[in-house]
Design a protein around this ligand. Structure first.
Ligand SMILES: Nc1ncnc2c1ncn2[C@@H]1O[C@H](COP(=O)(O)OP(=O)(O)OP(=O)(O)O)[C@@H](O)[C@H]1O
Ligand SMILES: Cc1ncc(COP(=O)(O)O)c(N)n1
Length: 269
């Protein structure tokens, strides 16, 4: 049996709904071996982010080296990177280890408004990381910051996807969670065609970590050798199940249910 390995380079969420914790849970549920390099420790729960403790660049590099020198990775996801120094270091390590299946989730602001990326680091993201990305998964506000345009309809979202592709990203997924209306559309662009992945909006406040979980599911599928298109479809099913069967814990925006997808698969088998 081949073991497929997925690495997440991201921030730790003590509440377990987003960040490294969401990524590792998702990798496990999709049968990819999960590994992590922590860029920052957040004190966080369903009510918000209480504190952020960034790691040193040396600590981030050392974690990635430990993995690169021994285990290797079939796919890599980046999440909260916090500073331009960490972004540059991560980009250099990705190049050093010749990792190619890279999913960049350009995390900027947590649901409660806390900043998870310093403003001056946006340029570093564009210069160093986007050209290495096999897939980038911004939500609408993140796509607006990266493209410097405002997005209020699907045409503008398509234009933003084209702009991001021009920045060197191979595939762009602009997620629709922040859009309006009952129908929710995630848009995939591969440089030639657009694919619309639609679902009904679920009315719940328990959406903490949806972006992380979606990108982690995508990364697990890429680690196992899926095409980007197939991986996006599985990731969408994974997050849909995780939001539908939310856990109702905590007093704020609760986490999604990372075992719901696997549970459904078993029930349907
Ligand atoms: N209310 C919802 N109902 C159904 N699907 C949703 C809902 N909210 C988000 N999603 C799905 O979850 C995934 C993440 O989307 P979203 O746009 O919320 O990303 P995000 O803002 O990065 O997430 P986060 O809120 O974790 O930062 C997408 O696939 C989106 O379609
Ligand atoms: C460590 C970390 N990484 C990412 C997010 C974004 O997730 P969300 O927007 O769902 O809160 C987060 N809150 N914390």
């Amino acid at each position: 049996m081949t073991t497929y390995k997925a690495l997440t380079i991201a921030g730790s969420d003590s509440g377990g709904g987003a960040g490294i914790q969401a990524d590792l849970k998702t990798f496990q549920e999709l049968k990819a071996y999960g590994m992590s390099a922590i860029t920052a420790v957040t004190a966080q729960n369903t009510l918000g982010v209480q504190d952020v403790y960034p790691m040193s660049v040396a600590a981030v590099e050392a974690q990635i080296d430990s993995i690169g020198a021994d285990l290797g990775a079939d796919a890599v996801k980046t999440g909260m990177l916090f500073s331009s120094e960490i972004i540059e270091a991560v980009a250099n390590k990705i190049k050093q280890y010749k990792w190619e299946r890279i999913v960049v989730d350009p995390v900027m602001i947590a649901k409660g408004g806390a900043s998870l990326l310093q403003q001056q680091a946006v340029q570093a993201l564009k210069d160093h990381l986007l050209p290495l990305a096999m897939v980038i998964t911004p939500n609408i506000p993140e796509a607006e910051v990266l493209t410097d345009m405002s997005i209020s309809n699907l045409d503008e979202r398509m234009e933003a996807a084209k702009k991001l592709h021009k920045m060197g990203v191979q595939h762009v997924v602009i997620k629709g969670g922040h859009g309006e209306g009952e129908d929710l559309v995630d848009l995939l662009y591969d440089g030639q065609e657009f694919l619309y992945i639609t679902s009904k909006r679920i009315h719940t406040k328990n959406t903490h970590g949806t972006g992380c979980t979606f990108a982690a599911a995508l990364t697990a599928q890429l680690a196992k050798g899926s095409s980007v298109r197939q991986a996006v479809v599985v990731a969408k099913d994974f997050i849909q199940a995780a939001i539908e069967e939310d856990l109702k814990i905590g007093n704020g925006h609760g986490p999604t249910n990372h075992w719901a997808y696997h549970h459904r698969q078993k029930e349907n088998a």
